[in-house]
Design a protein around this ligand. Structure first.
Ligand SMILES: [Zn+2]
Ligand SMILES: [Zn+2]
Length: 174
């Protein structure tokens, strides 16, 4: 079972479009978990961003034994110290992942659909990391390291055949 939790003020209803995609992609039961508070300690006032690793710490503490993975969905700008920003982060050792809706909003026609596809893409990418998948050099694979929305839109939420096979192997491990 994969649990998906709002982090901070994200409404739980914003998470529902993700559930069918995650169910299909990971062939797992997917549930919405209680919201996790946005940790004040994650905020860097100089960068005006939240440290995604600190969010993972909070998610690791909130993870329940019945949850194979816990994915947090935030709506703040995230960073890790060595990068300007990140869309999210996943941790295979603790079985948690996080991504943010903050940089995914689109304007114009079909904005809702595009936004949902971007959210699904980032959710699958970070959950992929949480199962132990590394980055991919296939630009059409969801595990491609995306540095911009253009790259996120190009790759989409699907795994390349090699990563799909590796994910099945990793998920089958006891
Ligand atoms: Zn990545
Ligand atoms: Zn791949």
């Amino acid at each position: 079972m994969i649990a998906v939790a709002p982090v901070g003020s994200v409404p739980a209803v914003a998470l529902s479009p993700l559930l069918p995609v995650l169910r299909e992609t990971f062939a797992a039961e997917v549930v919405i978990a209680p919201a996790v508070p946005l940790p004040a300690a994650a905020y860097d006032g100089r960068r005006r961003q939240h440290n995604s690793t600190v969010l993972l710490d909070v998610l690791a503490r909130a993870r329940r034994p019945g949850w194979d993975r816990l994915l947090g969905v935030a709506d703040v700008d995230l960073f890790v110290p060595e990068l300007n920003f990140v869309f999210g982060e996943g941790d295979p050792n603790r079985g948690v992942a996080v991504f943010s809706l903050h940089r995914l909003r689109a304007e114009g026609n079909g904005a809702g659909e595009l936004f949902a596809r971007r959210a699904a893409t980032e959710a699958v990418h970070e959950l992929g990391h949480s199962y132990g998948l590394a980055h991919c050099d296939d630009r059409g694979c969801v595990m491609w390291f995306s540095n911009s929305l253009a790259e996120t839109d190009r790759k989409g939420p699907r795994f390349c055949p090699a990563h799909a096979a590796e994910l099945r192997r990793l998920m089958a491990r006891p």
